[in-house]
Design a protein around this ligand. Structure first.
Ligand SMILES: *[C@@H]1O[C@H](CO)[C@@H](O)[C@H](O)[C@H]1NC(C)=O
Ligand SMILES: *[C@@H]1O[C@H](CO)[C@@H](O)[C@H](O)[C@H]1NC(C)=O
Ligand SMILES: *[C@@H]1O[C@H](CO)[C@@H](O)[C@H](O)[C@H]1NC(C)=O
Ligand SMILES: *[C@@H]1O[C@H](CO)[C@@H](O)[C@H](O)[C@H]1NC(C)=O
Ligand SMILES: *[C@@H]1O[C@H](CO)[C@@H](O)[C@H](O)[C@H]1NC(C)=O
Length: 732
């Protein structure tokens, strides 16, 4: 252990990242330093792919063939803990899994990608009372991983620099006690500033030590990856408060993000946002402090011409979330509705599967309220005709690009809560064939070659970030209100409906600086319409540890676990701790005999017929979510109708769903939703009934496919560890 740590430290210390910095401007490079190559070697070209990897949770105390039960946690006893990890359990990862993962990456994808997004939790959980975590351990496994990344992505030409940028981020388990990160600067931020020295651009070290945030220009002058410190936005962090008070780190974080995104816009750049804890928020549950969610969502709406997407980890299940800009309340009232704060509870710190099923079901209930996306030109035209004279043309989606919504993609983990898994994204690099790569750019340059912009853009956040933040120009909120392309001003809409003029003199938060929206002439952003840097698709890889570990417990696997109180659903045990699919079985042979370790493709978005994602734009995901939501509608209606009350949900449905879809819903389970025109045209009524039978049949077929898509999604949520029959049973 000690050897690993100290060698990693040495390497990290030696790996200075020579990004062009303000300091470099005044200190010319030594004469011997290489000059930037004028022709690209094949390896320096962009590939249009990057890796997203998350939640390793390495555990130095993991013992092969130990017990996976809660009191042993794969540290002691005898049981089915496999050589490369105890799949489907709550145990953490053996170092052998970490090593094998990097070996596989090195052999298979390292040379095919342009950058790495690494979203944290690089330490074990505090799940064993006998071995409480220490700072040395938490930092030790973090150093191990930093070392692995530095080694795997080291340049072939120069072992002291990286071939491609790696963008780290810390998780709620990378600090002690977990979840609690006090405002910076503090010792934890200092530790990580050291451990991640090869990865954090030199000129942002100060800002990192202050707030734990930074960005990397992964394609200089074109694309930046923003590493957000989500611990300052995380509701469970008892060390901080909200994103409203200027003294709070969450507030400062949002200010930093706003300013940097404005610079990105000014420079014509785009940004990928990434972090550990995602902005999960359903009707009843949330992960972020509501005020932080509000600001983030508002920022992303205003910078929708800049942001490519949001990539997150933490939750371990494979899924995505759509944020609705109609839920933004701060820009119109500056005050949060009481009920919002009161009714939403914290999501489980780490999702046990029990709560994952509830959470996913709730996501789908939300998707049931989505408006339909007109996918092709024909449909679009048809609906335009239909909607002629309709006041609300295209409004529900926020225009044809669905700009009302924002997309966060959550990749599942390496730690085998299900199977270890990682994701390779593809993005559009049209027109960027000759872009200077990060590796070329980060070599010391003669100062004359530095882009002029670099000199124009002041170092906003440096040694006195607080002062700098406060001296920024105050953008008037009026500008936002005057922007008519917006769709999100619910309060104002409501007031208009009532014939009242929206009040301009409502109480304002003097510290809320609403960013400017995109220029009127700006094209839709890369998250919305396919263009350079748009995410196009991904491959999800998994390692089938059941196969690879090759444990000899197969005979007894099936009938296990009736005692977990959950009818044999090992994966949905109601307790926090899941011992995994093998339960308390013991391996027959003493010596582990694992097969060769490999990742294989679980699915790709390119050829998945049920998902039908021709790209990863928001519109494509709204369409997918809509289809899955439709299959939930029978359920929604059942849940709501017995009381006889038309609840908010139903009102929303009426609000959101077009006439055609209304029929679909009506023919499901209830007639209560039928839109009654009021003029009682009998002829039309009869005609309609005739067509109904045929329609019903078609609908049933369509429904089946929608349900199939939902099932498919659930299967992936649990990384293909749960079979369809069990999923059907559990979710019906
Ligand atoms: C993992 O790799 C490191 C080198 O990076 C090595 O020192 C260590 O022994 C390996 N551990 C295991 C369990 O394979
Ligand atoms: C990438 O974007 C360009 C420019 O908008 C577009 O012409 C091209 O079809 C896109 N490529 C892919 C693979 O979607
Ligand atoms: C994983 O391996 C086991 C054992 O070989 C096999 O039964 C199972 O179908 C595999 N799962 C997947 C998703 O490939
Ligand atoms: C497993 O790996 C070893 C060593 O790399 C190799 O010689 C062997 O052929 C592999 N076995 C299989 C089944 O792929
Ligand atoms: C689809 O799923 C819903 C709810 O989960 C159910 O009510 C409905 O009967 C299913 N439809 C088909 C065709 O299987």
């Amino acid at each position: 252990m000690a050897a690993i740590i100290s060698s990693a430290m040495l390497l990290a210390a030696g790996l200075l990242c020579h990004v062009v910095t303000a300091a470099a401007a005044s200190t010319p490079p030594p004469p011997s330093s290489p000059i930037i190559p004028t022709t690209h070697s094949p390896s320096s070209k962009l590939h249009g792919r990057f890796l997203h990897i998350t939640d390793f949770h390495p555990d130095d105390f993991y013992k092969v063939h130990s017990s996976t039960s809660e009191d042993h946690a794969c540290h002691s006893g005898t049981g089915p803990a496999g050589f490369y990890g105890a799949e489907t359990s709550d145990c953490d990862s053996p170092v052998s899994l970490v090593n094998a993962t990097f070996d596989w990456i090195s052999a298979n994808i390292a040379h095919d990608i342009d950058f790495v997004v690494w979203t944290g939790d690089s330490a074990r959980h505090d799940s064993d009372e006998n071995i409480p975590r220490s700072p040395a351990q938490v930092l030790g496994t973090n150093r191990l991983l930093a070392h692995k990344f530095a080694h795997t992505f080291a340049s072939h030409h120069d072992a002291h620099s990286l071939a491609i940028p790696v963008v780290p981020n810390f998780g709620n388990n990378d600090i002690l006690p977990h979840n609690i990160l006090l405002p910076g600067p503090n010792k934890w931020l200092k530790y990580y500033a050291d451990i991640w020295k090869p990865f954090i651009p030199e000129e942002q070290r100060h800002s990192f030590e202050f707030g734990g945030w930074f960005y990397v220009e992964v394609i200089p002058n074109h694309l930046a990856v923003f590493s957000l410190n989500t611990l300052y936005l995380f509701d469970r962090n008892a060390g901080v408060d909200d994103c409203v008070k200027p003294s709070e780190p969450g507030y400062k974080h949002m200010e930093w993000l706003r300013i940097q995104l404005q610079f990105m816009r000014d420079r014509g750049m785009k940004a990928i946002l990434m972090g550990h804890v995602p902005p999960a928020r359903t009707d009843s549950k949330m992960l972020w402090d509501e005020t932080c969610w509000q600001k983030y969502t508002l920022w992303l709406r205003q910078y929708r011409d800049v942001v490519v997407g949001g990539l997150y980890g933490h939750m371990n299940i494979d899924h995505f979330m759509l944020s609705d800009t109609k839920d933004i309340t701060i820009d119109s009232t500056q005050v949060l509705p009481e009920q919002d704060i009161a009714t939403r509870q914290q999501l489980d710190d780490e999702l046990s599967v029990q709560s994952a099923t509830d959470y996913l079901e709730e996501l789908r209930q939300g998707w049931a309220k989505l408006p339909k996306v007109q996918i092709n030109a024909l449909e679009m035209e048809a609906s335009n005709k239909k909607e002629k004279g309709h006041k609300d043309k295209g409004k529900k989606l926020g225009g044809k690009w669905a700009e009302r919504y924002q997309l966060s993609l959550v990749s599942p983990s390496i730690v085998p809560n299900y199977f270890p898994t990682l994701r390779v994204y593809e993005y559009n690099i049209t027109g960027l064939e000759d872009a200077v790569t990060w590796a070329e750019y980060s070599k010391p340059l003669p100062t004359t070659k530095k882009p002029a912009l670099e000199e124009q853009v002041p170092m906003v956040i440096d040694t006195h970030p607080e002062l700098e933040l406060r001296s920024l120009p105050d953008l008037d909120a009026q500008e936002w209100e005057a922007d008519e392309t917006q769709t999100g001003d619910v309060e104002a809409d409501k007031k208009k409906k009532k014939g009242k003029k929206p009040k301009k003199d409502k109480p304002k938060d003097p510290n809320l600086h609403i960013p400017l929206p995109p220029a009127k002439t700006a094209l839709p952003g890369p998250a919305y319409s396919v263009q350079p840097l748009t995410l196009l698709g991904y491959k999800q890889y998994f390692a089938n540890l059941t196969h690879i570990n090759n444990l000899d417990v197969a005979a007894a696997e099936q009938d296990d676990d009736d005692d977990n109180g959950n009818g044999g659903f090992w994966w949905a045990a109601p307790f926090r701790w899941r011992p995994g699919k093998h339960g308390d079985k013991k391996p027959k042979s003493k010596k582990p005999k694992p097969r060769n370790f490999t990742f294989e493709i679980e699915y790709t978005t390119y050829d998945d017929k049920l998902y039908g994602l021709k790209d990863l734009t928001v519109r494509s995901f709204v369409d997918l979510a809509y289809r899955m939501g439709q299959s939930a509608k029978g359920k929604t209606a059942q849940l709501v109708l017995p009381g006889g009350d038309i609840s908010d949900d139903l009102e929303d449905l009426n609000d959101e769903v077009e006439g055609e879809e209304m029929e679909e819903i009506a023919s499901e389970d209830d007639d209560g939703l039928e839109e009654t025109g009021g003029d009682g045209d009998l002829e039309a009524e009869k005609k309609k009934h005739k067509g109904d039978k045929k329609k019903k049949k078609e609908k049933k077929k369509k429904q089946k496919k929608m349900n199939k898509t939902w099932l498919h999604f659930l299967k992936h949520a649990f990384v293909s560890t749960v079979d369809d029959e069990e999923l059907k049973e559990k979710f019906s």
